[in-house]
Design a binder for this molecule. Structure first.
Ligand SMILES: O=C(O)[C@H](O)[C@@H](O)[C@H](O)[C@H](O)COP(=O)(O)O
Length: 271
């Protein structure tokens, strides 16, 4: 089962980041009131980082019990552990260093200091995910998991590149075609650095909610094609779907080539 995309358009990148932050805080509070623990999958890129900065700046963020949030990443740049270009390092600077987290619930991809190559780091992340899935079943034997190798993801955040890549799954390349594994190593990404690790599209699509946050006119073509129903191998963003919600949060510049039928679909309810 997967949810048809809905679109919410915002006037500027700043208001978009604030809207993503407000929705994320609300969603995490709701999930925690139902289940105690919530799980979010973070993304790299300028929009993903801006959204986390907006969470840190929002006075409402104190409503979330951050020590009971699991943090995973949709992808990582295969670099040294403290390299400033690592998505995890940027997320720490934008948000995680400013809140009280449980280090055991912060699940970063392995780095170049720890693993010989991106495939070994991808395999390790798949093992971390599978261990978390088993731990979930130990706590609640009736937990419904879309894939027994994966924990439940409540919200999975994605940025989108001008070429319509998501996470580190690039058009026409092996990563976006990968099936049967939960993670994948990427050796020759067109966006630097070339070595990366990523969740696969099948893994992304197990999330309860997938939110794609996109800003800028250079992304308008990618957004337009993805929402017009292009194939995911050519337009990876077209394939990202949440089980209960697929939400495109975009600014006006990124909305320039949106198919007309989607323009008035703004879903401000937050659920
Ligand atoms: O590691 C990364 O680079 C990403 O996770 C990548 O998928 C990113 O989200 C998009 O490229 C959008 O990035 P921008 O928001 O910076 O355009």
């Amino acid at each position: 089962m997967s949810a048809e995309p809905k679109v919410s358009i915002h006037p500027s990148q700043t208001s978009l980041a604030a809207a993503v932050a407000a929705r994320l805080i609300t969603r995490l509070v709701d999930v925690q009131s139902d289940r105690g623990t919530a799980t979010v999958v973070l993304t790299g890129g300028s929009m993903g980082t801006a959204a986390l900065e907006a969470v840190a700046e929002s006075p409402a963020h104190s409503a979330v019990d951050w020590a009971n949030v699991h943090f995973w990443w949709g992808d990582e740049r295969f670099l040294g552990t403290n390299d400033p270009d690592r998505n995890a390092v940027q997320a720490r600077g934008a948000l995680l260093d400013h809140i009280t987290v449980d280090p055991d619930k912060v699940h970063e991809f392995g780095s170049k200091d720890e693993f010989p190559d991106e495939n070994a780091a991808a395999l390790d992340y798949a093992e971390q995910l599978a261990a978390a899935a088993r731990a979930e079943l130990d706590i609640d034997a009736d937990a419904v998991q879309p894939d027994p190798r994966l924990p439940r993801f409540d919200v999975l955040l994605l940025g989108v590149g001008p070429d319509a890549h998501i996470a580190s799954l690039f058009p026409e390349m092996a990563g976006i075609r990968t099936k049967g594994t939960t993670t994948v190593g990427v050796a020759d990404a067109p966006k630097p650095p070339p070595q990366r690790v990523s969740l696969t599209l099948e893994t992304i699509n197990t999330a309860q909610e997938v939110w794609l946050s996109v800003s800028g006119s250079d992304k308008a073509g990618a957004v337009g094609l993805a929402l017009a129903g292009a194939g995911h191998v050519q337009v990876p963003a077209a394939g990202a779907r949440g089980v209960r919600k697929t939400l495109w949060l975009i600014d006006q510049d990124a909305a320039q080539k949106l198919p007309g039928r989607l323009i008035d679909q703004d879903d401000e309810s937050g659920d």
